[in-house]
Ligand binder design. Sequence first.
Ligand code: MN
Length: 516
Amino acid sequence: MDGFASVGKKEENPLRKIIVFDSTLRDGELAPGCSMALREKLEMAKQLERLGVDVIEAGYPTSSPDDFDAVKSIAASIKDCIVCGLARCVERDIQRAWDALKGAKQPRLHLFAETEASRMKSQGLKQNDLAERTAAMVRFAKTLCPDVQFSAKGAAQTDREFLLRILDTAVAAGATTLSLEDSYGYCTPGEWKDLVAWVQNRLQNPNVILSVHPHNDLGMAVANALEGIHAGAGQVECTVNGIGERAGNAALEEIVMALYGRREFYGCETQIKHHEIYRSSKLLSTITGVPIPPSHPIVGVNVFSQDTSRYKDTAYDFLSPEQIGIHESSAILGKHTTIETFAQRVQELGYRLSDPDLEDAYNRFHGLAARKKEISDRDIEALLIGTSAQACKETYRLGSFIINCGTTISATAVVRLIKDTGEEIEQVARGEGPVNAAFKAIDKIVGVSSKLENWSMRAVTGGEDALGEAVSKIICNGKSVAGRGLSTDILDASIKSYLNAINKALALSQSSEFMV
Ligand code: MN
């Protein structure tokens, strides 16, 4: 079949359905500083389910006990998506991946092999060896799971006839999805489109789903994803915000909105719920502590800012903030707002909270309203997003602090923390500045060795009494943990973010996900 057949015949052909394979929790998590704890992965997986992705790649179960646990928990709690686990073409990897996946309503085993000549040589593999191994391992995987995906890593650098032989072998052994990976992010869109069309036109079984897995080393991941789809691919592999190792993967939100905004050109559609895009992007950013760059397509803060007006009233105005779930309502809430009104606004913003969570959120809203006159939707979202990922056992909470600082004295902080046992501990420390002094005082109280990797502060909204969001990333016992703090006072927000990170690290070191 000609991969381009659907283009230009939109009246006769319905839009072709593209399967969205999300790898935020597997390939995306490899990004430096983006590792997530189990609870955070689970919250992200639930958001991906609401977003409407078709496949969630939850992890690589043999790579670590953490990944095994994450895949197992996600498999048990996700119902509307296929849950996928990665494995090398090795029997024990496949068995381990299956052990993690088997509780899923719709499990998928994802096998991969490096098909590029130099990589095969370094593993001492000849072409016949790899073909035999592929056949045997896909067949084995198929005895466990009806849905098997096979990926050729380094497909763009692989001899084409050999690539085709391996792909046909995998299909003959039972694979139902085949993926081509541009693992080095090296291909240009033209080359990539040519490869996908070449494979698509020569596969022995044309009904198998062809998938594309681009990387963004040259900033062409999204372009390659779209050209792959244009050439006939039926599945695209991507991550929220494009996170991933090196320059990242293809960004889900960009692919989805390009297919939607230019659907007459591509002739394709996804089942992604566009109004969940912003929330997914923001949640990931909150969990990882990695901010969304202001000019990031689709979700960056500049995209819809009022003073950089879009192409209103022209044919090219195909994106709106409401479409991706950014709502700005005119009625501002404040300290006289009742819980009923608050609950209604929370619902309008698209959040579903249980009664205890709603009450908890309302209390935080009230705390904020005591210090900030007008509370906007953006403030409420900041209060709501990522709260369950943020929540952990609070070993320490902030009692009080006093900080002295200025141009002629070194900053001194007195911090009083309350331990979960009720004990109150106070310490004094001097530092380079007020934040540094406060963090040092906390270190003295807590007594764990952690290193501050990164600290950032941003205003959630504008204005004099803007809500500040601080993110502290610390390395504790070799793990990177991000903590978040919200306040109208930037020092209060900073201290809370640092304490949140420390509490998370302490909770991790006590849980099984950290011990094994
Ligand atoms: Mn990859």
